[in-house]
Design a protein around this ligand. Structure first.
Ligand SMILES: *[C@@H]1O[C@H](CO)[C@@H](O)[C@H](O)[C@H]1NC(C)=O
Ligand SMILES: *[C@@H]1O[C@H](CO)[C@@H](O)[C@H](O)[C@H]1NC(C)=O
Length: 429
C-alpha cells in the first residue's frame, strides 16, 4: 500500500472513522486498475478527413494513427468512430481496427465525425484505454442554392411491386424558369445516376418514372433533387428509402359472391396477377348492409385471407362489399393501401337497375320516334283530307255553278271557259 496517493492516505482514516470503508475499497480498486498502465498515454488520431466521391451523401472518412504511437510495440491500436446519423437523427458509435469508414449523410445538414484512439494489449496490461480527447470534423452543408427552393413532399410509390414512381412538389420560391433533376444512388452503383424518365406536368418536371430501370429492394436508395434556374442553383434536397416499403398494390379485381343453402354468404376475391405474393397481402373489406327493416350499417373488416363468410338471415336484406389490399408487416415494414375495388352486392339489385335503365331509355326513345312518326302521319293525313275536302267542296260549288255559267256565258264564247282545264273536262263528262 506504499503506492497510495496522498489524497487517498488522507481520505482513508477519515472514511474509517465514518464507517465508509466499502466505498473506499471501491475507489481504491478503481484507482489501482487505472494505475496498472501508466507507461503509455493514448493520443487522438490525426489527419481526419471526409471525402465525397459523388454518391449522394455516401462519404468516406479516413484518419491516421497518432504520431506519438507510431513506434510503439506490443500495442493493439483501435479506433472509436462516432458520427451523427442525419437520416436517423442520432449518434452512431462503432469500434474498429481500420482507418477508413463509409457512412451515409444528408448533405443538406451538418456532417459531424469524431474519432478517438483505443489502446489495448501488453502495452496497457490488457486493459483497453481510450484517448481522453477525440479528433473532430464538422462539415457545414454548401451554402449554395436559393433559399427555400428545395423539392418538397418527395414520395415514391412502388406500384404492384413492378413500377416505381417518385414525385415531389416545388417550393413557392422556386423560380418559374427552374429545371429540376433527380439523381439516385445505391450500393451497387459506382456513381449517382439521373432519372431515366421524368414525369411532366404542364411541361414542368414533377416526378420520375423508373419503369425501365428496376431498383433493388431491401437496400437503401438515396435520392437527390437539385436544379438550376436563371436566378442561380436551387437548394438540393436528399431523401432515402427502401422501395419494398413503398408498395401500393393494385385493387382486387375479381370479386365473387356466393350463397349456400345453409344461409351463408361467401365473399372471396383475387388480386391482379403481379409480383405480390398472396401470403404477403392483407385486406380490408367494406361491408355495407341494408337490413330488411331498411336500417343501414357500414363495417370495416380486416382479414388475412382473401375470403369472408357471413350469415344472412333474411332474404330481404342486402349486402354490398368492396375490398382493398396492402402488404402485411411480415413481409415489409410498411406499405400503402390499394384503391378500393368495385362494389359487388347480394342480391344484385343495383346492378339490375343499372343495366335496365339504359334499356328503358332506348325503349322510350323508340316509343318517342314511333309516336312522332304516327303524329306526323296523322297530321299529313288530315291536311291531305282537308285539302281534298276543300277541293271536293270547290268542285261541288263549281258543279253547281257550271250550269249557270254555261247557260249565262256559253253563248258569249267558249274560249273563256277553256282557261279552266278541269272545268273543261268536267264539262266534257
Ligand atoms: C502491469 O500490471 C502489473 C501489476 O498488475 C504491474 O506490475 C506492471 O508494472 C504493469 N505494467 C505496465 C506496463 O504498466
Ligand atoms: C445535381 O446533382 C448531381 C449528382 O450529385 C450532379 O452531378 C449535378 O451536377 C447536380 N446538378 C445541379 C444543377 O446542381
Amino acid at each position: 500500500e506504499n503506492t497510495l496517493t496522498p489524497a487517498l492516505r488522507y481520505i482513508l482514516p477519515m472514511a474509517n472513522r465514518s464507517g465508509g470503508l466499502p466505498l473506499l475499497m471501491l475507489i481504491f480498486i478503481t484507482w489501482r486498475d487505472s494505475m496498472r498502465c501508466c507507461a503509455v498515454t493514448a493520443d487522438p488520431p490525426e489527419d481526419l478527413a471526409i471525402l465525397d466521391p459523388g454518391r449522394l451523401g455516401r462519404l468516406e472518412i479516413t484518419w491516421s494513427p497518432p504520431s506519438s504511437l507510431m513506434n510503439i510495440t506490443k500495442c493493439l491500436l483501435q479506433y472509436q468512430l462516432e458520427y451523427f446519423n442525419t437520416y436517423k437523427n442520432r449518434w452512431e458509435t462503432l469500434r474498429m481496427p481500420g482507418r477508413t469508414y463509409s457512412a451515409q449523410f444528408d448533405l443538406s445538414k451538418d456532417v459531424q465525425v469524431r474519432v478517438s484512439t483505443i489502446l489495448n494489449g501488453e502495452c496497457t496490461n490488457n486493459t483497453a484505454i481510450k484517448s481522453k480527447e477525440y479528433t473532430e470534423v464538422v462539415k457545414k452543408p454548401p451554402s449554395t442554392g436559393i433559399w427555400d427552393t428545395e423539392a418538397k413532399e418527395f414520395m415514391c410509390v412502388y406500384h404492384n411491386m413492378e413500377n416505381l414512381e417518385c414525385t415531389w412538389t416545388r417550393s413557392l420560391k422556386t423560380p418559374a424558369s427552374s429545371l429540376q433533376n433527380l439523381y439516385f444512388w445505391h450500393k451497387s452503383l459506382e456513381q449517382a445516376v439521373e432519372c431515366p424518365s421524368y414525369i411532366l406536368s404542364d411541361g414542368v418536371r414533377m416526378g420520375c418514372n423508373f419503369s425501365g430501370k428496376p431498383l433493388p429492394e431491401f437496400t437503401d436508395i438515396y435520392f437527390c433533387v437539385n436544379g438550376s434556374s436563371s436566378e442561380g442553383p436551387l437548394k438540393q434536397a436528399f431523401f432515402s428509402m427502401q422501395i419494398q416499403n413503398q408498395v401500393k398494390a393494385s385493387a382486387p379485381d375479381k370479386l365473387y359472391l356466393q350463397t349456400s343453402s345453409d344461409r351463408q354468404l361467401e365473399f372471396y376475391w383475387t388480386n391482379p396477377a403481379g409480383r405480390l405474393h398472396v401470403h404477403c397481402l392483407e385486406w380490408e373489406v367494406r361491408h355495407h348492409h341494408v337490413g330488411a327493416d331498411g336500417k343501414i350499417s357500414l363495417n370495416h373488416i380486416h382479414t388475412k385471407t382473401p375470403s369472408l363468410t357471413l350469415l344472412f338471415s333474411d332474404s330481404n336484406e342486402r349486402h354490398c362489399f368492396q375490398v382493398r389490399s396492402r402488404l402485411n408487416s411480415y413481409c415489409v415494414d410498411k406499405s400503402f393501401w390499394s384503391d378500393w375495388s368495385h362494389e359487388t352486392c347480394h342480391p344484385v339489385l343495383e346492378n339490375v337497375k343499372v343495366t335496365l335503365e339504359p334499356e328503358l331509355n332506348f325503349v322510350s326513345v323508340y316509343i318517342y320516334i314511333a309516336v312522332a312518326i304516327i303524329v306526323t302521319l296523322v297530321v299529313l293525313l288530315s291536311v291531305w283530307a282537308t285539302i281534298n275536302m276543300r277541293r271536293a267542296g270547290l268542285e261541288k260549288k263549281v258543279d253547281s255553278l257550271l250550269p249557270k255559267l254555261l247557260t249565262k256565258h256559253f253563248t258569249q264564247g267558249v274560249s273563256k271557259i277553256y282557261s279552266g282545264k278541269k272545268i273543261w273536262t268536267d264539262v266534257i263528262i
